[in-house]
Design a protein around this ligand. Sequence first.
Ligand code: 5AD
Length: 358
Amino acid sequence: MVEDKVFAGCVKALKEGEELSREQWRVLLEGRTRERQDWLAREASAVRDRVYGKRVFIRGLIEFTNYCKNNCYYCGIRRGNSCVKRFRLTEEEIFSCCRMGYDLGFRTFVLQGGEDLYFTVDRLEKLVRGIKEEFPQCALTLSVGEMGREDYRRLREAGADRYLLRHETANRKHYARLHPPELSLGHRMECLMSLKELGFQTGAGFMVGSPGQTAENLIDDLLFLAEFQPEMVGIGPFIPHKDTPFGDKAEGDVRLTLYLLSLVRLLLPYVLLPATTALGTAANRGREAGICAGANVVMPNLSPKRARENYQLYDNKLFTGKEAAEGLEALKESLGALGYLVAVDRGDYCKSIESFKS
Ligand code: 5AD
């Protein structure tokens, strides 16, 4: 049993921005109790409030293709899943998602898709330019997987502001347990480096409770985040999808996910931290719980129904009600009841914010 004094010492070090050792991270992970978790959630919320206020940023998620050339063992839209009904939104459909989102108050659009060979850099570049031309005051986030540096450069030049590419796991062995041999952690990391160097606000992240994941693996993830200093971090529980090799594996632990959100908020006070769809799927009011643990972003879905229904990364993925943009009012209400206000600006990463004094 980790002693209170030892646990509190590690929390203090984390809050003061000290670089934590493996052993200190281990204390934080192994010393988790209900009381300590609740305490950390309050601490994390207080840090988030000091940086961003009681504001939750919304991102309009557009899932524009579920074609994917990759075959990740955990993912429902993996190439090898022949049960998936594949779809691609047309350019017109993508624009109409943005227009609808804009009218609802969204000022960030996230274009997310599988690694679809149809969407070449040329096509993506054109899309990015078009969206930025019509919505110059909006931020555009891409989440379309691994590419070469030159491709990323062109997309950045075209006007993309942010890029989400979860590292998935920072441990080489665990990476190999989750992915086929043609995918490597080394290349994933190279991509993340390029994105950052090119000036994207860059998002990393990982699943909690993916098959075979150990506490040591999570420590690797936290050490990686501390070193990489991403502007955004996506963390959600692993949820099995029946038509994947991991179909019969156990779901990731929701409480542990919430705890990691709090740790990441304390580690990276300025980070843009979504309460993910997976969290909202795995638990009733999961996204609200995520906000209370220190998250400050939600990403309602702007995609048309046909896309939402078929963009199933895992079983029972939310695609109606509060998850979708139609549920924005309900979301505002349930966050409002917790004391949070949905922000209407772009919600950029802001490291220089004045109000934060630790
Ligand atoms: N459960 C939870 N999250 C998943 N993702 C992919 N498949 C699953 C799953 N079965 C996550 C990955 C990916 C992001 C888009 O969704 O971390 O980066």
